[in-house]
Design a protein around this ligand. Structure first.
Ligand code: F6P
Length: 405
């Protein structure tokens, strides 16, 4: 590899848009390929230079001349460190900061006049996801001194200040890519294909980065015991001991993010594992709720066969596409589960390990996201309650294992 080739990558986007996750994804993957790459994060420089409280929104008010010049100074220091890295043999320097104003991007170009620059703008317009991202951000050390609602308000205000000066990338910015960071999709591309490392970076931007996903189903519930479908019952004694076994199995494994459905049985399944660890954020998504059986909720399959023979027969003929009266089909379920997965991956960022506790139909759909299955086979995938799937899906590694806990 030609070590003389240099590239400056500058992230662009409002806070909580996934910029740092993308920056780390590029770094970790390119590191493995022996490219000398480093991330230069303005926030890290800020915390180092100003160890006092700079998390309050006023610090980001562009009208405040004093803090605005401090922020310029921080950005300049960060860029100088990136330059020094590139001069000392580094190949790619990633500037991880908002860089939302044309003026700031002009400063970047002026600091690196002799090097190619690639701007990567991260976008994500889902307001619900922004709320969840803010929830996650304020769990950080910087906000520890504030009550939750004040921390949220302050972070929103900070975003507001940046939104005020935000200008999306334009042709004047030079090489740029606009990325939908929730769906790993390139929305707009204006980059010279001969830009050093570009093909590699582009490929990484659109690829999965699931380091370790543990996918479990809830343990036995009261409804499972009675053979009834759907509902929202608690775990049985057996189910609770399965929950403890899951927690014991993962003792010593950091799992900073756990995702469940909004149903009691998945939350009870996760509970021992979550309470056993200090750093663990739990998100309950409706997207991971079990398939809605509509008018058949709460019935046993035998009751459906007897009382609703037309439902039973039609579902047996095409289980994937059949929609329960007033409920869902697997096909419909798959759409929302896919949304839930995207949200979970976005929120867990670059976490080494995450756990999803789902349901039988939900987990079938999640598995089919990773493993190719014909649609008609998906509703028959075996989903036990005392085992979990360990899934890895990165650019260089695919792994899929069913393990006992
Ligand atoms: O029986 C447990 C359950 O999770 C039900 O709540 C759900 O309706 C069903 O499994 C989904 O599996 P299938 O599509 O095979 O009926």
């Amino acid at each position: 590899m030609n070590r003389d080739k240099k590239l400056v990558v500058a992230m662009v986007g409002l806070p909580a848009m996934g910029k740092s996750t993308v920056a780390l994804k590029l770094k970790e993957n390119l590191d493995k390929e022996d490219v000398r790459v480093a991330v230069f994060n303005n926030g890290d420089v800020r915390r180092r230079m100003l160890p006092g409280n700079t998390a309050h929104a006023g610090f980001y008010n562009p009208e405040n001349a004093e803090t605005a010049s401090l922020r310029e100074h921080i950005a300049a220091t960060n860029m100088a460190e990136a330059r020094a890295f590139l001069s000392a043999g580094g190949q790619i320097a990633i500037l991880d900061a908002t860089n939302v104003s044309p003026k700031r991007r002009e400063t970047i170009r002026a600091t690196f006049p002799d090097m190619p620059i690639l701007f990567i703008e991260c976008r994500n317009d889902d307001p619900a996801l922004l709320d969840l991202s803010i929830d996650r951000k304020i769990r950080g050390q910087e906000f520890a001194h504030l009550p939750e609602n004040e921390a949220k308000k302050s972070f929103r205000e900070r975003i507001g200040y940046y939104r005020h000066i935000l200008r999306s990338l334009t042709p004047e910015d030079g090489n740029g890519v606009i990325l939908d960071s929730l769906n790993n999709r390139i929305l707009l591309e204006r980059a010279d294909s001969l830009l050093p490392y570009y093909a590699r970076i582009r490929d990484l931007l659109v690829s999965d980065w699931i380091k370790n996903l543990f996918l479990a189903r809830h343990g036995q519930s009261e409804d499972n015991l009675a053979g009834r479908i759907g509902g929202d019952t608690d775990l049985t004694e057996t189910g609770r001991s399965q929950a403890w076994a899951l927690s014991r199995h993962f003792i010593g494994t950091p799992i900073p993010y756990v995702f469940t459905s909004t149903k009691r049985r998945t939350q009870e399944m996760a509970e021992p594992l979550v309470t056993a660890r200090q750093y663990c954020s739990v998100f309950a998504f409706t997207e991971f709720d079990e398939i809605d059986a509509g008018e058949c909720e709460g019935m046993t399959p035998a009751e459906i066969k007897e009382r609703r023979p037309e439902v039973y027969a039609a579902r047996s003929l095409d289980k994937y596409r059949y929609t329960y009266p007033g409920g869902e089909s697997y096909e419909i379920l798959a759409e929302r589960v896919e949304r839930g997965l995207k949200k979970a991956f976005f929120l867990s960022g670059n976490a080494e390990n995450i756990l999803i506790v789902g349901h039988q139909a939900v987990n079938r759909v999640i598995l089919s996201h990773f493993l190719f299955r014909r649609a008609e086979d998906v509703p028959y995938i075996y989903i036990p309650q005392d085992r979990y799937f360990h899934i890895v899906s990165t650019h260089t590694k695919k792994l899929f294992e069913l393990k006992k806990f």
